[in-house]
Design a protein around this ligand. Structure first.
Ligand SMILES: *Cc1c(COP(=O)(O)O)cnc(C)c1O
Length: 376
């Protein structure tokens, strides 16, 4: 491999360079137009996103964490109500639950998909349970057919955390549907490294329910439908006009970006299939993997050694996530002291995410794979 190729975990500027001709004038229009907050680009982007997702309402907001908070607020839950989610995720998936005085109930994951185990979810339901937050981790859909069925039986709200899976197609009862549009509310993030990333912070909620949409719009706007008439406690959470302008350009390329990630994943699969100390990502045929991350399990107990060795070869890698949520000090008070979620705990010990982005080349993936194959 050419020695001046530098392998990156993500390559945001490389992706920008390819669409610079469209992005720069879009940003200049915002800067020159002066409507930095709630400018026309915000509504236009929300409409374009509604069309893309096939959903009735897209409510833009400040970031993915805010989207999850706004979703929970819009459900008008009571302190102490229980919200179930999986223990293997980014902190934000469950943070707002605690912030709002609700009770997080963490359950284990499926060892193949890293997503919430539907049977564990079913077992955790009590008469205080009001909602479940399935996270479509690393870009692959959680088992939504089963989750929606269980939620329906127990009259629970479903908030999808689609921060890593935006644009992925899920086969819902055999019919393709975009992740984030299946539950009552879907939440996503436009953090730069997500499937559709802006150049700062951004997020959105999706829903097909008109009443929830109205509540979400109020919640993100100081609890007001009309200016200076505040009906409830809300947040100040907006997508900046300049980010909306960037996203309006990039949304046209989202499917291409996802195909590119899937193409890169296919090369990893081809190159790494015989490596005995790795468990490669499991791809659920129903769940449409968008490969926001390509996450393997290092099953010989040498994850840290492999990570260090790759670093010495000039190959970055990341551990998402080194600790399951029930071991985070912040959630400990909400978990039984002896809570054991062995699949999540094992995942935290074994996972390693390899470089994955839209600019990765076949040569780079072959180089990464060769180095991995030489590790023992
Ligand atoms: C990125 C992410 C979030 C939060 O998004 P931000 O925009 O960074 O607030 C929430 N959940 C998951 C699974 C994420 O990956």
């Amino acid at each position: 491999m050419n020695s001046d190729i530098k392998i990156q975990m993500v390559d945001l500027t490389g992706q920008y360079e390819r669409i610079k001709e469209e992005i720069d004038p879009a940003m200049e229009r915002v800067v020159g137009g002066g409507r930095y907050i709630n400018g026309p680009e915000v509504g236009r982007f929300a409409n374009a996103m509604e069309n893309y997702l096939g959903v009735n309402h897209v409510i833009p907001c400040g970031n993915g964490t805010d989207a999850l908070q706004a979703a929970l607020m819009a459900l008008d839950l009571k302190p102490g109500d229980e919200v179930i989610s999986s223990a293997f995720s980014f902190i934000a998936s469950v943070e707002a639950v605690v912030l709002l005085g609700l009770k997080p109930v963490l359950v284990d994951i499926n060892p193949d998909t890293f997503n919430i185990d539907p049977q564990a979810f079913r077992k955790a339901v009590t008469n205080r349970t009001k909602a479940v937050i399935p996270v479509h981790l690393f870009g692959q859909g959680a088992a939504m057919n089963e989750i929606m069925q269980i939620a329906k039986e127990h009259n629970l709200y479903v908030i999808e955390d689609a921060a890593q899976s935006l644009g992925a197609q899920y086969l819902m009862n055999g019919k393709p549907q975009k992740l984030g549009t299946i539950g009552h509310i879907g939440c996503t993030s436009f953090f730069p490294t997500k499937n559709l990333g802006c150049y700062g912070d951004g997020g959105a909620c999706f829903t097909n329910d008109d009443q929830l949409a109205q509540k979400l719009r109020m919640v993100v706007n100081h609890g007001a439908r009309k200016k200076y008439f505040n009906e409830r406690v809300g947040m100040n959470s907006r997508l900046d006009t300049i980010q909306a302008a960037i996203l309006e350009v990039k949304l046209k390329y989202l499917d291409e970006y996802i195909s590119r990630r899937q193409w890169a994943a296919d090369i990893y699969f081809r190159e790494l299939k015989d490596v005995s100390f790795l468990t490669l990502p499991y791809v659920d045929k129903e769940a449409g993997h968008s490969f926001n991350q390509f996450t393997v399990k290092v099953n010989n107990g040498k994850r840290e050694e492999l990570k260090q060795y790759l670093k010495e070869c000039g190959i970055p890698s990341m551990v998402y996530y080194p600790s399951p949520l029930h071991h985070q000090p912040v959630f400990a008070p909400f978990c039984p002291p002896d809570l054991s979620l062995p699949v999540s705990e094992e995942a935290s010990r074994q996972v390693l995410s390899l470089p994955m982005h839209t600019e990765l080349t076949e040569d780079e993936i072959i180089y990464i794979s060769q180095k991995i194959k030489a590790f023992s």
